[in-house]
Design a protein around this ligand. Structure first.
Ligand code: PBG
Length: 325
């Protein structure tokens, strides 16, 4: 055969493959989600997330030190709220001495270099398990935004680096940015969950925090998975309102959305490789149907290739280990 072009030349050896690889992963790309619980020396494995734990704050602080030593430099924290503190105002979410606020302070003090991000939404604190305040069976927007602003300010006061509003209420990014400016927190950032879809893949996360909606679903605020252009509209609007980073969530069934958003805006794009995506790989690996390590690296590389500049992932520790840091 006489061929003018032989594509296999660039695939012939590990050396040439690595030389021409278009995408590479590093621990710098990852945000580690952490679930924090009350108590001391508590370490509870999450049933639908094998190998992932909800830890008390003392255990979390040691873990954060270890993660930092592995080159993982940002965390996204979630807390499990005690049942008796849940209500329909979400007021525990801005309690000065709440578990979230204590966690921010203690982690910051123990590992000052670790970038701390916090989830901002009412669901862990809501007696209804919804991301907002419920009135007559509806999730009301504007009152919820007021609550989210108080919650964000309390995180800023505790020393958070970025808040990450995951609630999908309208206008919350602008309201939070304004409140930060007015109250002396001009250095606090916002990572907006801009294109967050109503997804069945959040199931294991809701087990972790006991935060499943008590009635209905989240479709009146989270996006319809049939939509693509709407994601761009949401991301543009959040950037306009002051988002420093925008997020697409989930990641795997939404790689097209990540690319679309990446092409449309000029702030960093993050993607959340969520709980159900973790659970799928874990389950298949347990059955012996997939090579877990290979599946992790392929998945994370695909998310980055799609356009994610940063990735929140429960696999951060495994990936960092494999990447040899
Ligand atoms: C809270 C929130 C959720 C997740 C992150 N923040 C759940 C939800 O919206 O129901 C999901 C994360 C995951 O599944 O890993 N609003």
């Amino acid at each position: 055969m006489h061929l003018q072009k032989r594509s296999r030349i660039l695939r012939a050896s590990p050396a040439i493959r690595s030389l021409v690889a278009e995408t590479s992963l590093s621990p710098n790309d990852f945000i580690v989600p952490l679930f924090i619980d009350e108590g001391k020396q508590v370490r509870t494995e999450i049933a639908s997330m094998p190998g992932y734990y909800r830890n008390s704050l003392d255990v979390t602080v040691s873990e954060v030190k270890e993660l930092y030593g592995m080159g993982l430099k940002s965390i996204l924290i979630f807390i499990k709220c005690k049942e008796e503190l849940k209500d329909n105002t979400g007021k525990e979410s801005w309690a000065r001495d709440g578990l979230m606020q204590r966690s921010i302070r203690e982690i910051k003090q123990a590992v000052p270099g670790m970038l701390i991000m916090t989830d901002v939404a009412l669901d862990p604190y809501s007696s209804y398990g919804h991301d907002g305040i419920v009135k007559d069976g509806e999730i009301v927007n504007d009152e919820t935004v007021e609550a989210l602003v108080k919650m964000s300010l309390s995180h800023a006061e505790a020393g958070v680096d970025f808040v990450a509003p995951s609630d999908m209420m309208d206008g919350r990014i602008g309201a939070i940015r304004n409140a930060f400016e007015k109250n002396g927190y001009s250095g606090t950032g916002i990572m907006a969950y801009s294109a967050k879809y109503a997804s069945c893949f959040y199931g294991p996360f809701r087990d972790a925090l006991d935060s499943s909606p008590g009635f209905g679903d989240k479709k009146t605020y989270q996006m319809d998975y049939a939509n693509r252009t709407e994601a761009v509209k949401e991301a543009l609007q959040d950037v306009e309102e002051g988002a420093d980073i925008v997020m697409v969530k989930p990641a795997l069934a939404y790689l097209d959305i990540i690319r679309e958003v990446k092409n449309a805006i000029h702030v960093p794009v993050s993607a959340y490789n969520i709980s159900g995506e973790y659970a799928m790989i874990k389950a298949a690996a347990k059955m012996g149907w997939l090579d877990e390590n290979k599946a992790i690296l392929e998945t994370l590389t695909a998310i980055k290739r799609a356009g994610a500049d940063l990735i929140a992932t429960y696999f951060a520790r495994d990936a960092a280990r494999m990447l040899g840091s």
